[in-house]
Write a protein that binds this ligand. Structure first.
Ligand code: 13P
Length: 254
């Protein structure tokens, strides 16, 4: 696929996989995807499997991501994980503001912006998630919701940091539902997000930012979605839990 920005395909394993299962999946992906150079491949296991997946993917083209981090660098924050701890396992990316965390942990745009700044301070690349619910889409509020989330979650980043940030457009109604956004819906949302980035930073910066699509991505629909001009990759949930389907999504995109 001939794209202006390098594709980034990430697997968000969410709260799945024991260490043994994570190792098996990572080892299988390492073998299967060894020859893929054109795409940035990222796997985001749960915290408990980061160390073993890190060792298993050493010297490979598979990069490691985490699913969250604390906005603080250390201290009395029971149950939290900070950027420095992730760096110990050679983590390079971190998913922030996933809709599940916005919904269940009530994460706000302001908190996500703080986490994004913390990630950059530790040279971790944030994958910042935005997306509207079905009710918001049906009420014609998609653009307003996306604009608020993009402006709020990326507030305060420099242009240089923005270029090293990935935005994931994940319509909430498409996550885990089997309902994928149509290529037209995905392209329209991505182009809109890029437009907001252009206003927030500048056009040249917006053109460099990679915007992934997430929500029921499968081998059967991934390629068509990623062939849209403003869709620069995928953030894959369910289909990333199995080596064959994730590898197929990556290999089909090349
Ligand atoms: P599914 O691919 O299971 O719909 O999940 C998408 C997602 O939330 C990735 O972060």
């Amino acid at each position: 696929m001939n794209k202006p920005r390098k594709l980034i395909i990430a697997g968000n394993w969410k709260m799945n996989k024991t260490v043994a299962e994570a190792l098996a999946l990572a080892s299988s992906l390492k073998l299967d995807l060894a020859n893929v150079k054109e795409v940035d491949i990222v796997v985001c296991p749960p915290f408990t499997a980061l160390e073993s997946v890190s060792k298993a993917t050493l010297d490979s083209n598979i990069k490691l991501g985490a699913q969250n981090l604390s906005e603080h660098h250390f201290g009395a924050f029971t149950g939290e994980i900070c950027a420095g701890m992730l760096k110990e396992f050679s983590v390079r990316y971190v998913i922030l503001g996933h809709s599940e965390r916005r919904q269940y942990q009530k994460e706000s745009d302001a908190l996500i912006a703080k986490k994004a700044a913390t990630a950059h301070a530790a040279s971790l690349k944030p994958i910042v998630c935005v997306g509207e619910t079905l009710a918001e889409r049906e009420a014609n509020q998609m653009e307003q919701v996306l604009e608020t989330q993009v402006r709020g979650s990326l507030a305060g980043l420099t242009k240089e940091q923005m270029v090293e940030t990935v935005v994931a457009y994940e319509p909430v109604w498409a996550i885990g539902t089997g309902k994928t956004a149509s290529t037209e819906q995905a392209q329209a949302a991505h182009a809109f997000i890029r437009g907001v980035l252009g206003q927030l930073f500048d056009e040249a910066t917006a053109r460099k930012v990679r915007i992934q699509y997430g929500g029921s991505v499968k081998p059967a629909n991934a390629n068509e979605l990623m062939s849209q001009p403003d869709v620069d990759g995928a953030l894959v949930g369910g289909a990333a839990l199995e080596s064959r389907s994730f590898a197929d999504i990556v290999k089909n995109s090349v």
